[in-house]
Design a protein around this ligand. Structure first.
Ligand code: 5GP
Ligand code: ZN
Length: 138
């Protein structure tokens, strides 16, 4: 299913040209136009899903298999030192294009990016962790 006026639907389905690294029936992998590092790429499903919440089980498992495959190929070809998978959902979480995509980010020693896509670690006590666990899992 495609969505009208979705730029990633158009790119994924070849209506807008892109630097394509890989393509199959369900996905296209393209170079990001605003890369964090050399080789930063995006996995786009050809069907439209706004985000992770909407992703089908089939696309979800396909994405992770493809991420693993691409990470291997890209690490070998680019000779990078590490690899981040990043996937943002919702404006609050930094999503800017509302068609599900997985970032493939090769990492190089001294690449100038933060080592981790960072957060400030909290210091929850056992009571708070217990309350959160109950909220989610009970
Ligand atoms: P998000 O912030 O939604 O997780 O990531 C969106 C990503 O898409 C950004 O890294 C941005 O550079 C990339 N991007 C936005 N528009 C285009 C485009 O038209 N073509 C390509 N190749 N990448 C795009
Ligand atoms: Zn779309």
């Amino acid at each position: 299913m495609k969505k009208e006026d979705c730029i990633f639907c158009k790119i994924a389905n070849g209506e807008i040209p892109s630097k394509t690294l890989y393509e199959d029936e369900a996905f296209r992998v393209i170079l990001d136009l605003g890369p964090a590092t050399r080789g930063h790429a995006l996995i786009l499903p050809k069907n439209h899903f706004d985000n992770l919440y909407e992703l089908s089980d089939e696309a979800a498992s396909g994405v992770m298999k493809l991420a693993r495959k691409m990470a291997g190929i890209m690490t070998e070809k680019l000779n990078c030192d590490g690899f981040n998978l990043v996937q943002n959902n919702g404006e609050t979480a930094g999503q800017t294009v509302f068609h599900f995509h997985m970032h493939l980010i090769p990492r190089y020693k001294g690449d100038g990016q933060r080592i981790k896509i960072g957060w400030i670690p909290g210091e929850p006590d056992q009571e708070e962790l217990e309350e959160i666990k109950k909220t989610i899992a009970e």
